[in-house]
Design a protein around this ligand. Structure first.
Ligand SMILES: [Zn+2]
Length: 384
């Protein structure tokens, strides 16, 4: 860690690997374990930075792939960097662009349109047996087509770091190859070795001192590969570590993989579990010692009219809510629940009014942030 970054563990749970900590960045602190809302196009869809602050979020994650294609990293640099561009004063994480290139780019080529359930945790649908042909990957990088206009682009470890340096987030990610749960052992092994070589290139390519770099552990659902990858990446001079890639086909696979990987990672560095965000998964993963999460799950769900509650998911479009005077969730102190009935929200979604998306997103992110707060409080009080 440098003068710009530090990670302090304040308390460790006695019953699990859970820990309470603070990450210091040039744009402020992140109290961990923390959830980072995803601001794909430099915006958390439908919410303002003021909303996000009010909900209590300290940091966000933006997608390099999308911002590179539009408006472009050079444009964002000229406009003063990502923080200024989107008026978010707190810490920002950018991903490497790898995940989107391997999912969106490849999907477009195959006419799939959108990956559903291909990378578990990124969506809430079960995995479909679609085989991606990642023909354009070579040892130096990956060639892909823009999902916007079909134009041809090339991403390499060096290019990904350069783009992320232009964007100017506080925390950036190494460029990795994200395999699918359907890739076989041999392919996953080759991809992991490539990711390791790319990790070293990313470290070499990095110039800015005021950005921390995450290394990413790959290895699919194979124990020997995951352990090897965790040891390799854990021994490189990264500022922190992330667990990415195929986490198996089912939820139980994911926790088995965490059980292999976590003991191999240096405990002094923050650990980020990429793309996971369902409430029960957050609770479980914290027990394995995960400090950071990001996921489109709560915000995407909201835009489909589904609200997170302590009783599970509530789809407001159901007819039974048409005349329901109650709030989405009793005892929820969010703006949505304090001011609007289920009947009104049902009406907004039925009429496809924009306010419905906004109020639902607000509640779901509030719900997730309250959950993270409770997790932190319980670790602090020795009750987790
Ligand atoms: Zn609420």
């Amino acid at each position: 860690m440098t003068q710009y970054f530090s990670f302090r563990i304040l308390k460790k749970s006695r019953k699990s690997q859970a820990r309470l900590g603070i990450i210091k960045t040039p744009h402020g602190q992140i109290h961990t374990p923390a959830f980072l809302p995803v601001a794909t196009q430099a915006t958390v869809k439908s919410l303002t930075p003021a909303d996000l602050r009010q909900i209590g979020f300290e940091a966000l994650l933006c997608n390099t792939y999308h911002l590179y294609l539009r408006p472009g990293h050079q444009a964002i640099k000229k406009l003063g960097g990502l923080h200024k561009f989107m008026n978010w004063p707190g810490p920002i994480v950018t991903d490497s662009g790898g995940f989107q290139v391997f999912s969106l780019g490849a999907a477009l080529e195959q006419g799939v349109g959108k990956i559903m359930g291909f990378f578990p945790g990124r969506t809430n649908k079960p995995a479909k047996p679609v085989k991606l042909k990642l023909a354009e990957i070579d040892e130096e990088g990956v060639e892909f087509r823009s999902h916007l206009d079909g134009s041809l682009h090339r991403l390499t470890p060096q290019k990904s770091i350069q783009i992320q340096e232009y964007l100017g987030a506080d925390i950036i990610l190494a460029f990795d190859e994200c395999t699918s749960p359907l890739d076989d052992y041999q392919y996953t092994k080759r991809a992991m070795e490539r990711t390791h070589r790319w990790a070293e290139l990313c470290l070499k390519a990095k110039k800015r001192k005021d950005q921390a770099l995450f290394g990413i552990v790959q290895g699919g659902q194979w124990r020997d590969l995951r352990v090897k990858s965790a040891r390799f990446i854990g021994n490189l001079p990264f500022d922190r570590l992330a667990i990415g890639g195929a986490l198996g086909r089912f939820k139980k696979d994911m926790f088995r993989i965490l059980g292999w990987v976590m003991p191999e990672l240096p405990s002094s560095l923050p650990r980020h579990l990429l793309g996971i965000g369902q409430p029960q998964d957050l609770l479980q993963a914290v027990k394995f010692g995960i400090d950071l999460f990001d996921c489109v799950y709560p915000t995407r769900l909201a835009r489909h009219g589904t609200f997170l509650t302590h009783e599970g998911e509530l789809n407001i479009l159901r007819a039974r809510y048409r005349t329901d005077k109650g709030p989405i969730m009793k005892n929820c102190s969010c703006y949505t629940c304090q001011n609007f009935s289920r009947a009104y929200l049902h009406h907004l979604f039925k009429s496809q009014e924009i306010l419905g998306l906004r109020l639902a997103t607000y509640h779901n992110l509030w719900f997730i942030n309250q959950l993270m707060r409770k997790i932190r409080r319980d670790i602090r009080n020795g009750k987790f």
